[in-house]
Design a protein around this ligand. Structure first.
Ligand code: SF4
Length: 184
């Protein structure tokens, strides 16, 4: 009888989707991965609904925690998954979205909705109910939930990331190099 496949999911929080592109860049290694794993959900394949996320063996998360929706997804995915992988520099350190930590949250909101020349908003309306609420600062995932494996890089090098993920899926020990992990 064929061995049971590992159930995996991928998710993006506060990122640019570039880390997911790096997964599609696994090329033929993606086929190796699909031999041992079933992708149960991924925002590049489907609309991911909060109340439809199944139990998983492994979840791979791109992006850090910038708002309450990111936090709720991270907490749910932690509950649902045996192994949580923080994938990419935003997920591991906060990354580029973390630049907003140089300013207070109120100032960031004011710049986005009122001062930005590309946002016509004569009534200076700041949405409060309809959009997720910003956290005080952008955080790496590990500040919000326990993380089992961190793969930094902006985005991570596809060859290396594929190798690391395959090892993790096979329950092998993973060691990260100390040199550049970013795609060039
Ligand atoms: Fe995008 Fe880089 Fe962040 Fe990945 S680490 S989500 S590629 S900015």
């Amino acid at each position: 009888m064929a061995e049971k496949k590992v159930k995996i999911g991928t998710m993006w929080l506060c990122g640019c989707s570039g880390c997911h592109i790096s997964i599609t860049d696994f090329h033929e290694k993606l086929l190796d991965l699909l031999e041992v794993a079933d992708i149960k959900f991924s925002p590049v394949l489907m609309d991911v609904k909060y109340d439809e996320i199944p139990d998983l063996d492994v979840v791979i998360i791109e992006g850090g925690i910038a708002n309450d929706e990111n936090r709720e997804f991270a907490e749910l995915l932690r509950e649902k998954s045996d192994i949580l992988v923080a994938y990419g520099t935003c997920a591991v350190y906060g990354g580029i979205p973390g630049l907003r930590n140089l300013w207070r949250k109120e100032k960031v909101i004011e710049e986005a909705y009122i001062n930005s020349p590309s946002t016509p908003n004569p009534d200076e309306v700041i949405p409060s109910e309809e959009v997720p609420h910003l956290e005080e600062r952008v955080k790496p995932i590990s500040e919000v939930v326990d993380v089992d494996l961190e793969i930094p890089g902006c985005p991570p090098k596809s060859d290396f990331a594929a190798e690391v993920l395959m090892k993790a899926l096979n329950g092998e020990k993973v060691e990260l190099p100390t040199t550049n992990l970013c795609e060039e």
